[in-house]
Design a protein around this ligand. Structure first.
Ligand code: UD1
Ligand code: CA
Length: 451
């Protein structure tokens, strides 16, 4: 049975106090919207519609970056969650099967929970995701009778008796698409907020003789982000979950509390990670790699058996083949290091390809940027780049070649050649001793004058 997904993301998020639309604030280096989409897309939906409003073009761009099949519809005025869902109707006019409504600012709903809601559709025409709240606050309350959900009442409209209910509305709702749009079209706005409430569809369904039910989940799953404080709490909860998951998957974390993951981080078994390591987006690490303390990694791939850090920075496009060693104070960007390459210390490699087993000496820099353009450096296999070599790109060093320490390499080095590109040394016999002698005398004179 095919499923459609409707993700509500038009709200401003006033309490974030931000120029950025709320759903683009990040947890685990990924927009809240991507978290919601990830859970929804796990159901393999036939269609996905994101409802945008505040910051529509940015939100649209972000949704498409996650999945270019996503459709986007603009809700020009935020007249309520029911009105938001209605905006998706034209795009899903011929959608067969069920539709699930998700919120873009509720990042932790699990795919398994959504599946449980789809399963519950066998028993009910409308299925609502609810949770028992420690502090029900201003959440909508679920009014039930036995197994059945009778209606949802918003906090503002609720009586004292209804406010005493602790079973709350998460906002996630599932129904057959055609039924959902029928019901939403009937929702009015005569309530305390003057908004078109999606939640009203439950009572409307019941009035038509359709049944409604509740699937319950943990409160942590329905956590919505409204403030920066909630964002930081959600980040902490996300990191705690990712750390546990990594360790369960066979990754050693020496100090889990200081390892920071991104939503899409992938790490193989028996990899070890030292303290204070940060994973930005798009990092994959194979099995048995070693990442020492204080590394910052983003958009890179680390192969089996490679060792990185301490204090290394791998930027987008850094690709380390098997058994590569990247040591301290090394920065690598858009560079492919073939098997067994060693870059031990204090080096910048950008826009480069390094052939297998080449050794890059301390202080080596690819001078890849001329102020306007980036240029490529090509270094063949089994070469030896002397300490403090400047490679002024575009430049090629052949296989089995060497550069002398301190060289500024501006033209290509042929295979098997040694390039020396530095001023020749001149020794002045005895000059150091004579100079030191003179300086000692000057110091002694000064000392006498002071007394
Ligand atoms: C909503 C529910 C409430 C539930 C709570 C859970 C309604 C009427 N109320 O209340 O029962 O307990 O969520 O967090 O549904 N949005 C739009 N367009 C709009 C209005 C909202 O896209 O016109 C989006 C927002 O961006 C947000 C989501 O819908 O992602 C929820 O809207 P919000 O205003 O936060 O609803 P609540 O008042 O919290
Ligand atoms: Ca809310």
């Amino acid at each position: 049975m095919s499923v459609s997904l409707i993700v509500l993301a038009a709200g401003k998020g006033t309490r974030m106090n931000s120029d950025q639309p709320k759903v683009l604030h990040r947890i685990g280096a990924a927009p809240l919207l991507h978290h919601a989409l990830q859970a929804g897309l796990a159901l393999d939906p036939a269609q996905v519609v994101v409802v945008t409003g505040h910051g529509a073009s940015q939100v649209e761009k972000s949704a498409r970056a996650y999945d270019d099949g996503v459709k986007v519809v603009l809700q020009a005025e935020q007249l309520g969650t029911g009105h938001a869902v209605a905006q998706a109707a034209p795009l899903l006019a011929d959608a067969a099967g069920d539709a699930i409504v998700l919120y873009g600012d509720t990042p932790f709903v699990r795919a398994e929970t959504l599946q449980a809601m789809l399963d519950a559709r066998a028993r009910h025409a409308v299925v609502v995701l609810g949770f028992e709240a420690d502090d029900p606050g201003r959440y909508g309350r679920l009014v039930t009778q036995g197994e059945d959900l009778e209606r949802i009442v918003e906090y503002k409209d609720a009586t004292d008796e209804e406010r005493a209910i602790t079973l709350c509305n998460s906002g996630v709702i599932c129904a057959e698409a055609s039924v959902l749009f029928d019901l939403v079209a009937q929702v009015g706005n005569e309530n305390a907020s003057g908004e078109y409430y999606l939640t009203d569809i439950v009572a409307l369904a019941r009035a038509k003789g359709l049944s409604a039910g509740v699937v319950q989940c943990d409160e942590a799953e329905t956590l919505g982000i409204n403030t920066r404080a909630e964002l930081s709490q959600a980040e902490a909860a996300f990191q705690a979950r990712m750390r546990d998951q990594a360790m369960e998957n066979g990754v050693t974390l020496y100090d889990p509390a200081t390892t920071y993951f991104a939503l899409d981080t992938v790490i193989g078994r028996d990899t070890t990670i030292g303290p204070n390591v940060v994973f930005g987006p798009r990092v994959t690490v194979e099995s048995g790699a070693e990442i020492a303390a204080f590394c910052h990694l983003e958009g890179c791939h680390i192969s089996r058996g490679a060792t990185v850090g301490p204090f290394a920075r791998l930027r987008p496009g850094a690709e380390l083949a098997e058994d590569v060693h990247v040591g301290n104070f090394v920065e690598i960007k858009n560079a492919v290091l073939d098997e067994g390459v060693k870059v031990g210390h204090l080096t910048y490699l950008g826009d480069a390809h390094i052939g297998e087993r080449t050794n890059i000496g301390a202080g080596t820099i690819t001078c890849n940027y001329d102020g306007a353009n980036k240029h490529h450096t090509e270094i063949g296999p089994r070469s030896f780049i002397g300490s403090n070599t400047m490679l002024v790109a575009p430049v090629t060093v052949g296989r089995d070649a060497m550069t002398a320490s301190g060289s500024v390499i501006t033209s290509n080095v042929p295979a098997e050649a040694l390039a020396v590109a530095r001023a020749r040394q001149e020794n002045k016999p005895g000059l150091a001793a004579r100079l030191m002698d003179r300086f000692e005398k000057i110091k002694a004179e000064r000392q006498k004058e002071k007394q």
